[in-house]
Design a binder for this molecule. Sequence first.
Ligand SMILES: [Zn+2]
Length: 534
Amino acid sequence: MHDIIIKNGLIIDGTASRPFEADLAVKGQHICQVGRIKDTAAEVTINAGGCAVAPGFIDMHSHADFSLPVHPTADSLLHQGITSAVVGQCGLSPAPLLEETRQAVVGALGGFFSGVARTLPWDEWNTFEDYLAFLTGRGDSLNVLPLVGQGIIRASVMGFGEGRATPDQMAKMKAEVSKALDQGAIGLSTGLIYPPGSFTATEELIELTQIVGERKGFYFSHIRGEGDTLLEAVAEAIRIGRESGAAVQISHFKAARQSNWAKSPQALELIRRAQAEGLDITADLYPYRAGSTSLATMLPQWAHVGGPAETLKRLADPQLRQKMTADMQSGGYARGIEFQDIMITAAPRRTEYEGRFISDLATTSGQSPYEWLFEALLQTQLDMSMAVFGMSEENRLQEIRFPGMMIGTDGAGLAASGPMASGVPHPRNYGTFPRVLGRFVRDLKILKLEEAIYKMTGLPAGKLRLSDRGLVKPGLAADLVVFDPATVSDPATYDQPHRYAKGIVHVIVNGRFVVREARHTGNRPGRILQPTKP
Ligand SMILES: [Zn+2]
């Protein structure tokens, strides 16, 4: 007898080959049969007529490691059909924490994940192993592949200072990377626009990433620039891959701000050439025109030196405000961003700002947008996030077709009610995968359905060496999504983001229903996954 039989579905098997109608049976944690099933006895039988049956989606860029400790059911992700997520991104992971510096490091994380990071039970872990044991002991609804963040390690060893690491500091950081890899990290991530990643020289990154390369691990990077310096930043990531031997993933690919839109195809061409050279380098994106990050990212890099307490002191100094304004106008992340394109997404200490644009907030308060920004960062102790509308829709349509392009939410596991429903976070937290399937595949016909599913399943599983997942095939883990291609959609908007995807009917993780008839069951069958040995 089978545990689950899914009858009459259109199987999209994750290889990009043509869909076919078949039944599928699950026994225990695995898919046991695909085709005409004769022994129809099962605990649960589902008629999937009219629906697609695909491997569970793999989220290549997730910050759920900062939400899972307080919200293990990760509702906004499961309702998209996500069954596995690569976490520990952008140089930020909740571990390791070193005893001497943990308070400063934990304090500095608040501004990045407004509302969520501050509520984590930080005392539950020190090492990477502790953190993973915490997740495993309590159980999550999806599988997790954890990276260790370079920013966390550098902040723990060197603080938020600029400059090169001393040999002693370098040895300490390398030891921490090794230890995390021993304890379950699949690789290293960087966030090279965020301090202290932004203070780190390429050579230092290469030296650290070599440890990853030796173990055939992964280097995931929020690269050093996604606007004016996009091409240089892609070239840096390629160089790190070439000189370290690590497989490279360029995170949340984009060309930000209109003056840089022409760089998108050029950046993809750099990646294509590196692939042709034999390097393992791919990328992921979320299918939206706006990005989202901490509001403090707008400040020049020098304003971040020494950590958040120093930044707040500088924000209070009128002369330094003038210098910040001048530097934001002439270079760095903020250059060329219009304040009418920046929406506040989270401000737990000033919720009245949420959902409004800076240009509008500044007009209301009778300040210049710069003065408003500096005041708001002071009032909220940097604990604010924003969405920035700055990408080209036309570029997005081309980028998603790039052969090495996968999908990542850049989101966390939120929920449409309760404490995880606060603020107006980027809709990508709820809508990324269904938006690709609904808008890009069905409505705009940019990709075939099986090509899109491949980018969400077989392609990332191959990259990550998840040899038991990513395909609908007997013997593989039963991570499955049953969805309706005619209705799959993303009702989450910038104004009303806390809305679950539509058309995602059933989601099975390791053989157990986590979403059934479009409702989260509360089950937590997720596991920590590891790549198979090369
Ligand atoms: Zn990032």
